[in-house]
Design a protein around this ligand. Sequence first.
Ligand SMILES: Nc1ncnc2c1ncn2[C@@H]1O[C@H](COP(=O)(O)O)[C@@H](OP(=O)(O)O)[C@H]1O
Ligand SMILES: [Mg+2]
Length: 358
Amino acid sequence: MAPMGIRLSPLGVAVFCLLGLGVLYHLYSGFLAGRFSLFGLGGEPGGGGAAGPAADGGTVDLREMLAVSVLAAVRGGDEVRRVRESNVLHEKSKGKTREGAEDKMTSGDVLSNRKMFYLLKTSFPNVQINTEEHVDAADQEVILWDHKIPEDILKEIATPKEVPAESVTVWIDPLDATQEYTEDLRKYVTTMVCVAVNGKPVLGVIHKPFSEYTAWAMVDGGSNVKARTSYNEKTPRIVVSRSHSGMVKQVALQTFGNQTTIIPAGGAGYKVLALLDVPDKSQEKADLYIHVTYIKKWDICAGNAILKALGGHMTTLNGEEISYTGSDGIEGGLLASIRMNHQALVRKLPDLEKTGHK
Ligand SMILES: Nc1ncnc2c1ncn2[C@@H]1O[C@H](COP(=O)(O)O)[C@@H](OP(=O)(O)O)[C@H]1O
Ligand SMILES: [Mg+2]
């Protein structure tokens, strides 16, 4: 008999205990989940005060992401140079592009990809990374970043810029201009990293391994590269693909007239650098970059971010902004310009669907 005349039935006690256990389980599992999400980030439990989406993957600092992206592009570039200098490229075809060109891959692509991917993945485990080449999970490499931000970045970008990790998509091109790499046309080759936030290109790094030149920029942050002082809008020099050209020459001449100079060149990274003030002697200069065939986001995201940071534009030929999330490909061609009236250029260009110039 219980005190004060209350009788406890065995069933009531069992239900009460079960309810108590349920409440304890609920409280404790929430507590553990909170701790693990913080440890996954390397943060201190109880510190920070992050809210919203940060509860899942936490935040990342874009200035740190820029430092690691530059390091990744340089380390990948070292592999690209080493393989080229060894003259053993192990060239393979991944298949054909829609237009029937060989889609090539070499040991330079694979080894650079491995370095770049794991450096970024180890440093920022919670962000989505999309890369041109397959990553072999059985061939992992743990490369640790020393958490040093180079002086030139600190000088341009004075404070950290935190964004939710889940808003970030990284695009890696471990070797742009693979076709030209196999032809030993070294000046066209670049390695690239791009960081997009909510699909918008925000950080871009383009590295030329054979000239050891690196261009980087952050939208609303800073850059180590500038636009040139003048561009020819009337009869522009137009840089175009030499190996995936489609009807680009016809489109350019039809739009700007026969006085326009066409510069065929390899690599989307190289072609964006052609629009900027780049000290590298091997770099040709152009006023516009036009592409009409299908292209992938890792080829263009870094150039798009750099142009945007410097006040320029990269859009489809219809003038639409490109979103760097979701699918890999871009269907509507490309127009890249800086210090020009981009929308006026878009209006000048023919509609490729109607003219059949795709
Ligand atoms: N029609 C197409 N289909 C697939 N990839 C294309 C393409 N046109 C261009 N590209 C890719 O975009 C990059 C720049 O091309 P281009 O030098 O012709 O301007 C190259 O990247 P990779 O060398 O990284 O493969 C190339 O393969
Ligand atoms: Mg590429």
